[in-house]
Design a protein around this ligand. Structure first.
Ligand code: ADP
Length: 474
């Protein structure tokens, strides 16, 4: 049965609902309008319930009054305070809505009857309720066919409650009630619409802002979030924060492109200068030829290094950087690096403080590239006779690699910025030490990809130390 009803509902209600949705999809209803509509629906239901209650209570009270009258009358008749014969001329309760019929049960003689007199029956709604007309006015009459014996007198009473007076009053009141309700409804809709529009203002602002937004005004355009807070304002605030982040990332991209172009411009200009020199005098002067070839070689090597670094960063930003991780002994890697560095570096004292076996899970090539940045920097930023200490320690399974030097050191400002792309300290730039300011950014990316961390300690003119910790594989 339940299944059958379900199927029937699916067959009838679903297509109807779809048709309704299709029909309404042609129109544009703002959320504010829909909320107002919802309130209106509730208001109408409320009004109907209110009217029904009003009518019900009013009629109920009237019927209760008539019932009390009826009881009074029966009591009076039973105690012979009123004589039945008194009804021959006029029913004293008639004015209060009570019509009567008094019958002698033995003789079936009607002693008094004004029931028929009071209404002209037209239509029956329920068993006891009649529509009727009194003095050309349509009224409602509640009829009680109840029959009551009057003590031992042998007489019986029939009652009919006539609520025509009350109904007439209600009929007269109803237009006013409806008008009042209509007025209040209009007020509520008007006020509600205003309020809704205010509430939805952030959405309007958001859509206007989204229409206006371009990369050129990304800086200045934000949604106004002044005033009291609500969910939509929260959303607006979130969007503002998102725009802040987008702006920051856009600005840093712009900065990156400008810095990269700047870095590439210098070697290109140098190469161009030497090519011009070659063109003019190089063909005949072997010294110029030699110098130019050497310079072009150096500059193109530097350019290649820069382009490779840029490509690495771009692969990272595009999330296409892939690491091939496996277990390996870091001590072996550090030893290899020590050997290589000692081979190409002269006039520096390169020593190890500790070299311990420690297994690391990671990309060997990438980690070597990162550690090479620290070692190369230690060489670059020290002078002849300075010392460099490289160590690899096993601290409860964590791998700790440190590269210390007694070189030029860094200021506080430098320490705070060295991991920013293209950052180079002023004294490094002044001394014309080669570099692009990308090595440490790359090293940091690699270490972070291995869930490691880097600590920096440095003292200007005294030296620096970089300590990398790679946590053991859990
Ligand atoms: P580059 O060395 O090519 O300039 P890096 O990103 O490797 O780029 O380093 C950024 C900056 O950090 C350097 O320019 C330098 O100012 C500073 N720095 C890095 N390592 C050292 C060091 N061992 N001693 C002093 N300064 C350093």
């Amino acid at each position: 049965m339940v299944e059958w009803i379900r199927k029937l509902l699916i067959r009838t209600v679903l297509p109807l609902r779809k048709r309704k949705e299709l029909f309404f999809s042609q129109f544009y209803f703002s959320i504010a309008f829909r909320i107002s509509l919802n309130y209106l629906r509730l208001l109408i239901i409320n009004s109907v319930v209110f009217c029904l209650l009003f009518v019900g209570v009013y009629l109920g009270i009237s019927a209760y009054d008539s019932n009390t009258l009826q009881k009074q009358l029966v009591f009076s008749l039973e105690n012979e305070e009123i004589y039945i014969s008194d009804f021959e001329e006029k029913n004293p309760y008639y004015m209060q809505g009570l019509s009567l019929k008094i019958l002698n049960e033995d003789t079936q003689q009607i002693v008094f009857n004004d029931i028929e007199r009071s209404i002209e029956k037209r239509d029956s709604l329920l068993h006891k309720v009649f529509y009727g007309t009194i003095d050309d006015q349509k009224v409602l009459i509640v009829k009680d066919t109840q029959k009551i014996k009057i003590g031992d007198t042998g007489y019986v009473l029939y009652f009919q409650f006539d609520l025509s007076e009350e109904c007439l009053l209600l009929y007269r009141l109803l237009p006013f009630v409806i008008l009042l309700l209509a007025f209040f409804t209009a007020c509520v809709i008007g006020y509600g619409k205003n309020g809704d529009e205010k509430v939805f203002l952030p959405i309007k602002n958001m859509s206007r802002l989204a229409n206006r937004l371009t990369v050129n005004n990304l800086q200045s355009e934000r949604i106004n979030i002044a005033g009291t807070k609500n969910e939509l304002k929260d959303l607006a605030e979130t969007i503002n924060k998102m725009l802040d982040r987008i702006e920051l990332s856009y600005e840093s991209q712009k900065q990156f492109v400008s810095d990269a172009s700047h870095e590439l411009r210098t070697p290109i200009a140098v190469i161009q200068g030497y090519v011009n020199m070659l063109d003019r005098w190089g063909k005949s002067d072997p010294e110029v030829l030699e110098e130019s070839i050497e310079a072009i070689k150096n500059e193109s090597k530097s350019m290649q290094e820069l382009v490779e670094k840029l490509l690495f960063l771009s692969r990272h930003d595009k999330k296409t950087l892939k690491l091939e991780k496996h277990m390996f002994n870091m001590r072996v890697l550090v030893e290899d690096m020590l050997k290589e560095t000692k081979m190409v570096t002269t006039n520096r004292i390169i020593e190890t403080k500790a070299l311990e076996d420690v297994m690391v899970y990671g990309d060997r090539q990438a980690l070597k590239q990162a550690i090479r940045v620290f070692v190369d920097n230690a060489v670059k930023y020290t002078s002849d006779g300075d010392s460099i200490y490289i160590s690899c320690e096993n601290k409860d399974g964590d791998c700790v690699i440190s590269v210390e030097d007694t070189g030029i050191g860094m200021t506080r400002k430098d320490i705070d910025n060295i991991f920013e792309r293209f950052y180079r300290s002023d004294h490094v730039r002044d001394r014309k030490i080669n570099g692009h300011g990308l090595g440490l950014s790359i090293a940091k990316l690699i270490i972070l990809k291995h869930t490691g961390n880097i600590r920096v300690r440095s003292q200007y003119t005294k030296g620096s130390s970089f300590i990398v910790t790679l946590p053991r594989r859990r």
